[in-house]
Each structure stands twice: as C-alpha cells, then as structure tokens.
Design a protein. Structure first.
Ligand SMILES: [Zn+2]
Length: 553
C-alpha cells in the first residue's frame, strides 16, 4: 500500500539547474514564484519549493531575492551592421563640430593607407550648435582617403570629397536618384557631402565589401553584445545577399542567441524560394518574413507624413517626406503577395503617419475579396490577423489608425528608445498635436494592439533596459519628461520585450515566458526593477541563460 502511494507520487527526476530565492517575473505568471528548475534546456518547474528537484548533479543558484525574468527578445535589430560597427568609428557621442572632426582625424590616422573611414552614427541635434556636417569639415583631416559616415538613423550620410569623386558626384551631376537627395549648395550646385536615402547608394556601392568571414565574425561579436545586455532572441534584418552567413551561423552548435530573420530583398518571389530552402535548425535560426521600406526617418525629414513638416525650408514649405518608389511601381504589392502566398510575414518600415496609414490599407486590400461586411468579410480580416504582419517603428500615427491596427491585427514593432532620442526635437518637426499620437505605446496597448519592443541597434543603443526606461518614464535624452500620457508600467514594457515580442515572430510557444515546457532562456538581474525608483542605466543581467546553459560567466 505504502509502496503504491509512493509510486503514484512519482517524485520528479532531479533537474540540471535550480534557481532559488528569486523574484520570478513572467507574462502569464500570476502567483508569486521563487524557484525554477531546468532540465534538458527547458523549464520543468516554476513555483516555490525545491523539493524533488535537487540531486547530486544539480547546479543550484541562490538569486538572493533578485529579479529573474525571461531572456529579452529584441524585435528589431541589425545584428550584422551592429557587429561590423563594433570595429568602425563611433560618433554617437561626438558632442560638437570640433569633437566630430577631432575623432575623424584620430581614426583616419590609425587606419592603414587607402582604407576607408567608415562608421558614423552621428547626430547633431543635441549639440549646442546643431550644424549639419559638410565635406569641408572632414576633407582637411582625410585627404585622399575616402570617408563615409552614416547619420545615427542610417537615412542620411556624410561623404568626403574623395568619396564623392569616386562616385562621380560633382556640381554638374548626377541628378537626384529616385527616392534620394544629394544635398547641394543652392548657389553653386556644389555637393555638400550629405546624401539622403537612395542617394547614399551612389557611394555605399563603392565601399569595399566585408568578406563572408568578416561578417561571420561580426555576427559572433554582435551575439556577445546582445547576450551581455540580456537579449537571447532577435528579429534580425539582414540583406538577403548575406543569408549564407546566417546559414553558417545556424550550423554553430554553441549558438547563444535565437534568430528570426526578416531579410530585405528586391524580389520576394525569388527570396521566398531561397527562404523555403533555408532549413538549418528552425528553433535557432529561421526566416520569418521579408522587410520593405515605405519611408525614411523623422530626423532626416524623410518620414512620410500626411501633412508637411513644420521646419521645412522656405522654398519647400509643402515637403511631407519621401515615400519609397516601391509604393507606386507595383513592387510592394507584388512582393507582399509572394510573401503571403508562401506563408511569410510582411514587415514594413513605417515611420510617418501616412506610411502607417497606407500600410494598413494595402494589407487589407491583399486579403479583401471585395465583401464589405458579414462573416466572409470577417474571415478575410481573420486571415489577415493570423498572418501577423508588422509595421516597423510605427512611430507617428493618425489617431484614427490606432483602432485600425487593433482591428486588422497588424503588429506594432516599436523601439521605445527612439522616443527618448527623437523626443528632443520631434515637436519642432511636426508640432505638439501630431506628437500626441506618436510613440503611442499605451494607446496601442489599450486598443488591443500587439506591441513588440526592440532596439533598432546600431541606430541607437542595444541596451533594452534603457528602452524600458523610455517606455516607462517618457524621459528624453535631454532630460525632459515628454508625452508621459503614453507611459506604460514596467510589467507592460517587459511583456513587449518578452511574450509579445515572441508572438510577433511566431515563437510564443517556445520562448518569452518562464513556464514549464518553454526554452530556459532567462536572466538574473542585479537590481530590483518592480518597486521604487529604478536607476535604469545601471540595471544589467548578472546571469544570462540560453537553453539552460549559462553564457558570459
Ligand atoms: Zn531598423
């Protein structure tokens, strides 16, 4: 009898790893939990007792009451560029014209002869004198060595005279390419060195490309950087041409980050054929869909707005941004159709309110069989919802489109740190009224929209805790508390970095949650984050586990 009872109680097998004395937080975990157990890379227990889980081989960690949260998911990141950038000139923190020039000078002097000065990520908005850089700033310190430095948002760049010469850009031509602008002195026609959007391609195509092995190394560096910041899964946006590097990465048995790829490609019919053949280890590296661009950025005034910017130059008062040519020439519709027919997500860079508005309309059209009401129309909407297409950035919205996002099930993939950054100057660009429906985290969540958070690294910092700070406090980089009516709670911000982010890339049954059966991707943090005043700048993971294995001891 006693034997029977014991057999029925069937004590669990000891776990590989037990964390105790933790403050466990997870989306979907309603009761307090202080203990978790991991076996074979998965959570096997979440609760408050270690009984039965600890055997002679079990590793035990006392979390000291600190927060334990799921590994964070960065829903929008450029791992390859970020990794390559780790070995290029970083100008993000350049504080003035003099500082900018000095750093370029020192960097150029450190390079072997003939090597391009590359990198950038400069932003002049917070300088005391926010001047636009020109080639005259850098020509004296670079000479014949070509220079190409992208602005922080990657939507414009500075080239020096040597680079412009190589590209054949002079006062006589070429004309602006479709979707791009070569800034010129209005009096002389002389190029200033600033290239916008597609005009950047005139120079970037001349830059000696990184080799596949450079890129593989860059990805490995990027993974380290992501892990160090508590990121264990990424939605990464590489050019389709680099997909081979990810194929190689997928064969790496010791991968410590999961990748869902959304490559950029000109022809998605071709890309879908390639993507279907891309089948290494889908739990680690898979292709989720493809990415298109509808517009540019706020800082470069290339975001596509319904109404003009407020800080346009006198001779161009009606300028309201730069919609991409794929909208007019049928490319987007053809590509989106190919993605949908092959079961891939469509994700579209939409910063401006008009870009977002047009995205919603275009997506609906792709599912709409022309029935305007009734159950068949609802079926069309349901199919659209199930596909989980995404607006990337979702930065500025017409107020009426917030409900449409919810109704159509389009995911808002947002980067809260952009609010901290753009909040310094957004009102000057688009006015207070339009800022009220910008970075509308709370309004979107309240309306029932899935909001997934990410960084957009290397455009801004990869650190997700600074993203959480921006979403929770509304604090801008120049110290204002801005548009705080859109602030959300720490828990809501974490949900958007975990389970909602997992949902945005069809991983919600695998990662993003501390629950039995989920992959054991989780962090122990150094500081409490749920109560009192949090100094977000100093929050970091002390332990990072991916699939139950500790990375970065
Ligand atoms: Zn991006």
């Amino acid at each position: 009898m006693i034997g029977l009872v014991l057999a029925l109680m069937a004590l669990p097998e000891p776990a590989d790893l037990v964390i105790e004395n933790a403050t466990i937080w997870s989306d979907g975990l309603d009761d307090p939990a202080s203990v978790l157990a991991v076996k074979n890379g998965k959570f096997v227990y979440v609760g408050n007792s270690v009984v039965g889980w600890v055997g002679p081989e079990t590793r035990k960690i006392d979390a000291g009451g600190k927060p334990v949260i799921p590994g964070l998911i960065d829903s929008h990141i450029h791992m390859l560029n970020g990794g390559l950038g780790l070995s290029q000139l970083q100008l993000r923190s350049a504080a003035s014209k003099q500082d900018f020039i000095q750093r370029v000078k020192e960097w150029a002097e450190s390079l072997p002869e003939g090597k391009w000065v590359l990198g950038g990520r400069w932003s002049v908005e917070s300088w005391e004198v926010p001047e636009q850089p020109t080639k005259e700033w850098v020509d004296p310190v670079t000479g014949d060595r070509p220079l190409y430095l992208s602005r922080m948002d990657g939507h414009s760049a500075l080239a020096n005279s040597a680079a412009l010469r190589l590209a054949g850009i002079t006062r006589d031509g070429p004309p602006n390419p479709p979707g791009g602008v070569i800034d010129r002195d209005p009096a002389t026609g002389e190029p200033t060195g600033i290239l916008r959007e597609t005009a950047m391609g005139l120079v970037t195509r001349l830059i000696p490309p990184a080799t596949p092995s450079d890129k593989y190394d860059a990805l490995k560096r990027a993974i380290k950087e992501a892990n160090r910041n508590g990121i264990t899964t990424v939605c990464d946006i590489p050019p389709i041409a680099d997909i081979g590097v990810y194929q190689r990465l997928a064969e790496d048995e010791e991968l410590t980050c999961r990748f869902v790829l959304y490559p950029t490609a000109n022809d998605w019919t071709q890309a879908a054929i390639m993507a279907r053949a891309f089948s290494p280890r889908p739990e680690w590296v898979k292709i989720g869909g493809f990415k298109a661009y509808f517009d540019g950025s706020l800082g470069s005034r290339t975001a596509w707005m319904r109404a003009p910017f407020l800080n346009n130059p006198e001779d161009d008062k009606n300028w309201s941004g730069l919609p991409m040519p794929i909208l007019d020439d049928g490319t987007f519709d053809r590509n989106a159709r190919a993605a949908i027919d092959n079961g891939f997500q469509v994700i579209v860079h939409c910063i401006g309110d008009q870009a977002n508005n047009v995205l919603l309309s275009k997506l609906l059209t792709l599912y709409d069989r022309g029935i305007r009401s009734g159950s068949e129309f609802e079926q069309d909407i349901a199919r659209l919802k199930n596909a989980r297409h995404r607006s990337e950035h979702t930065q500025h919205l017409l107020p009426t489109d917030i409900e449409r996002f919810a109704r159509l099930g389009v995911i808002a993939s947002m980067q809260p740190y952009h609010k901290a950054d753009d909040g310094r100057y957004a009102e000057e660009y688009i006015g207070v009224e339009r800022c009220k429906s910008s970075y509308a985290f709370k309004s979107l969540l309240d309306a029932g929209v899935t909001v997934a958070f990410g960084s957009d690294w290397p455009v801004v910092t990869i650190n997700p805790f600074l993203g959480i700070e921006a979403a929770v406090t509304g604090k801008t980089l120049d110290g204002k508390n801005w548009m705080t009516q859109e602030n959300i709670s720490v828990e809501e911000a974490l949900k958007s970095y975990t389970l909602r982010a997992a949902f945005s890339c069809f991983l919600e049954n695998t990662v993003g949650k501390i629950a039995v059966g989920y992959a054991a991707d989780f962090l122990i943090l150094n500081e409490p984050i749920f109560s009192g005043r949090v100094n977000w700048g100093s929050v970091r993971p002390t332990h990072v586990f991916v699939n139950g294995l500790q990375v970065l001891e």
